[in-house]
Ligand binder design. Structure first.
Ligand code: NIG
Ligand code: FE
Length: 383
């Protein structure tokens, strides 16, 4: 195995120790991992070198929340929302119908296109959920397809109750915790529940998470997206690795997060695309809460694959500094997935990184909407 030196890095954020900012830096990759990082003048010899021309380098983004296995789109629903129709979880059923009707090839092609779109915007680790199949067969095939593009797969059979069981939600919970979980667990690392009025309540969420745990799946939750509710506190009580959305938080929710190890994953693209109020990220950080930023890329509440956009929104609308937002989109996302090998560029980490067409990471928030990611490296390879 040859070593590769990335030289000519004008500014490098390793995220090893806070921002871990170095100037005029170099980074040496061996076996897909960071073997050395430091001032360019002290860089050890390597077999080959790649000069980055003074550009800024950041760790690849860790997008810890997405729904990429689906067919169709909901552009008309978006247009109606922009003229006053509120977002509702009911729209999920539109995508469920399209997903059930799609072939494996169609689903795989759409998934590959979205993962490629993410990669071109600097995302190097992505979590992908099921949740638009809602039958044993369609959830299992969604996860089998997701598994082909990422290790971070999440079983979200408990997204909404499908139309055929609308009159008998208890039967659907039995299906999710029984045969559907049996079929899906081999393809999944995580189990998730949309804990919200109109989806699944606290008791149902508890039962589904417990069933997943017994199958060896880690738990995570969609919570407090459409209004205040018990989900955030439930996630903290159960010691889940992450609770996502956190749009409507009470003082008790913030206290529970601050005294737990649960990461609050903020999804600013959702507030942007649904015209919901943005949660106060500043308040969470000041309370000592672990915060991540993710895209929630999905055809309904937020159809962006862009972590740079989400980072810029978190700065502009949630009170994070550009440095805090970068950390939330890298190390924070890694924490939300229980990972220590990604989200930073310390020695031993995966050599996953984004080269920016900019002199500093600050430009990610400073130049919203501009395609600043010039190159993305995954495990030390240019993709
Ligand atoms: O994370 N909240 C639930 N699920 C998705 C939206 C799904 C959809 O509208 O299709 C979300 O926002
Ligand atoms: Fe989601």
């Amino acid at each position: 195995m040859t070593s590769v030196a990335l030289t000519g890095i004008g500014e490098l954020s390793t995220q090893d120790d806070e921002l871990g900012l170095l100037h005029d830096a170099a980074l040496v990759v061996e076996h897909g991992r960071v073997a050395w990082v430091g001032p360019a003048a002290q860089a050890p010899a390597a077999d080959t070198a790649h000069d980055l021309g003074g550009r800024a380098v950041v760790p690849g983004f860790v997008d810890s929340h997405s729904h990429l296995v689906f067919a169709g789109d909901r552009a008309e629903e978006f247009a109606a929302r922009m003229t006053g129709t509120p977002y509702s979880a009911g729209g999920i059923r539109t995508t469920v119908a399209a997903t059930r009707a799609a072939s494996d090839e169609q689903l795989a092609a759409n998934l590959a296109r979205l993962v490629d779109e993410m990669r071109r915007q600097g995302t190097t680790t992505v979590e992908v959920k099921s949740g638009y199949g809602l039958t044993v067969h369609d959830e299992a095939r969604s996860l089998a397809l997701a598994r082909q593009v990422t290790e971070e797969t999440t079983f979200l059979g408990a997204h909404v109750v499908p139309p055929e069981l609308a009159d008998d939600p208890a039967a659907y919970v039995d299906l999710v915790t029984g045969p559907m979980l049996d079929a899906c667990a081999p393809h999944a690392r995580w189990i998730d529940v949309f804990c919200e009025s109109g989806a699944f309540d606290e008791d149902q969420a508890r039962a589904i998470l417990q069933a997943g745990k017994e199958k060896g799946l880690g738990g995570r939750l969609h919570a407090n997206q459409l209004g205040p509710g018990p989900g955030v506190r439930l996630a903290c009580e159960l010691g889940l690795v992450a609770v996502d959305h956190c749009t409507y938080l009470t003082d008790q929710d913030v206290d529970a997060l601050a005294s737990s190890g649960t990461t609050a994953t903020l999804l600013p693209g959702v507030e942007f695309s649904t015209r919901s109020p943005y949660p106060d990220g500043r308040r969470l950080l000041d309370a000592g809460v672990s915060v991540a930023i993710a895209s929630d890329c999905n055809p309904g509440s937020c159809f962006t694959s862009s972590m740079p956009l989400c980072l810029a929104l978190a700065v502009r609308e949630m009170g994070l500094s550009p440095a805090e937002a970068l950390t939330a989109a890298t190390r924070g996302g890694a924490r939300a997935l229980g990972r220590t090998d990604v989200g930073h560029l310390g020695v031993g980490a995966c050599a996953d990184l984004a080269v920016l067409d900019a002199p500093s990471y600050l430009h990610l928030a400073y130049r919203p909407g501009v395609p600043l990611v010039r190159e993305t490296f995954v495990r030390g390879r240019l993709t």
